[in-house]
Ligand binder design. Structure first.
Ligand SMILES: C[S@@+](CC[C@H](N)C(=O)[O-])C[C@H]1O[C@@H](n2cnc3c(N)ncnc32)[C@H](O)[C@@H]1O
Length: 314
């Protein structure tokens, strides 16, 4: 299957990186190399680009797309939570820019075998990293009802989370759920017909919730962000595109904390905690796709771009 994915907020991200032709740049969510190829195009032969993705299909597609820049590109199959280690293993201590374009690619969503979509019947998989043993089926058949409720409510923001969790547990008592089609049918039965007629696809939110939980998307982001900021050289920037309000909140909070980490009470005349700022938030408000992009690429509608610049203090 051809790797199709339309990059979101492409120009805004590339502008935000302030690319230096001889700099070192890392993309932690390489995907189809849409953002990456624009970065590579702006690098001289002395520049360096490191692309990371945990999905083997993305690695193959990106390697083909970036073949022309072979002399300056290194592609690594890994989780971006290991970015600093991967970069240090290449003998590099600091980088000039980092891109994260979170979530799944359209290729992953559209590829029927991967089990991310409710549009076709396929095994309940949803792994971004195919080496992982746990799949969506383990969550659907193994989580307690209240855990299912929590993830569908929090990660799916589905008003019918309680009902969906209850129906999943009742159905799996007959036989374990194996396919996306079986799960979709249970979700349909859990949501009133009137609501189904007006909202988007009834299974969309639950599928999103299970995917986020399975791939630990929020935990990985929360645990990795400080380390990525530390990897930046003076003046280096990190650009992050999120697609979920909880993801965006993590980025916003961690960026702010790195700009102003001081924990002294506000009535202290001088700082005594000794925590120093690591840089500056460039985007007070997130950058959103314009109407033209939203119309052309509906997937971009929920996208938000935030940028942080590392500044070494004396
Ligand atoms: C939205 S796509 C990126 C698309 C890319 N920017 C482009 O323009 O072609 C997200 C990619 O990030 C990968 N990904 C998501 N979370 C990851 C993680 N924690 N570590 C490594 N790769 C990850 C997914 O496998 C997917 O290929």
């Amino acid at each position: 299957m051809e790797f199709k994915h339309k990059s979101v907020l492409l120009e805004e991200t590339i502008d935000g990186l302030n690319i230096k032709p001889e700099g070192i740049y890392v993309d932690g969510t390489l995907g189809g190399a849409g953002h990456a190829s624009e970065v590579c195009r702006r690098l001289s032969a002395k520049g360096r680009f490191i692309g990371i993705d945990q999905d083997q299909d993305a690695i193959v597609a990106a390697s083909e797309r970036l073949a022309a820049y072979e002399d300056r590109v290194t592609i690594i199959r890994s989780n971006y939570c290991y970015m600093a280690n991967e970069v240090h293993n290449l003998g590099i201590q600091k980088v000039n820019g980092i891109v994260l374009d979170l979530g799944v690619s359209s290729y992953q969503l559209d590829n029927e075998e991967r089990g991310f979509t409710y549009r076709v019947d396929a095994p309940l998989d949803m792994r971004m990293d195919q080496r992982q043993s746990r799949t969506a089926a383990d969550i659907v058949n193994g989580y307690e009802e209240r855990e299912l409720y929590r993830i569908i409510r929090d990660y799916g923001e589905d008003k019918f989370a309680k009902n969906i969790a209850k129906h999943i547990v009742a159905a799996r008592q007959q036989a374990p759920l194996r396919t996306t089609g079986e799960l979709t049918e249970i979700i349909r039965q859990s949501i009133p017909m009137k609501i189904q007629a007006t909202g988007g696809h009834p299974a969309k939110r639950t599928f999103q919730a299970i995917r986020i939980e399975l791939n630990r998307e929020l935990d990985v982001l929360r645990e990795s962000l400080d380390g990525m900021i530390d990897l930046l050289d003076d003046g280096g920037r990190i650009c992050i595109i999120t697609f979920h309000s909880l993801e965006d909140r993590i980025v916003k909070t961690i960026f702010r904390k790195n700009e102003n980490p001081c924990t002294c009470p506000s009535d202290f005349p001088v700082c005594v905690c000794g925590k120093k700022s690591k840089g500056k938030v460039i985007t007070r408000k997130p950058i959103l796709p314009g109407t033209a992009e939203q119309e052309e690429n509906p997937r971009s509608k929920s996208a938000k771009l935030r940028i942080f610049e590392r500044r070494f203090s004396d």
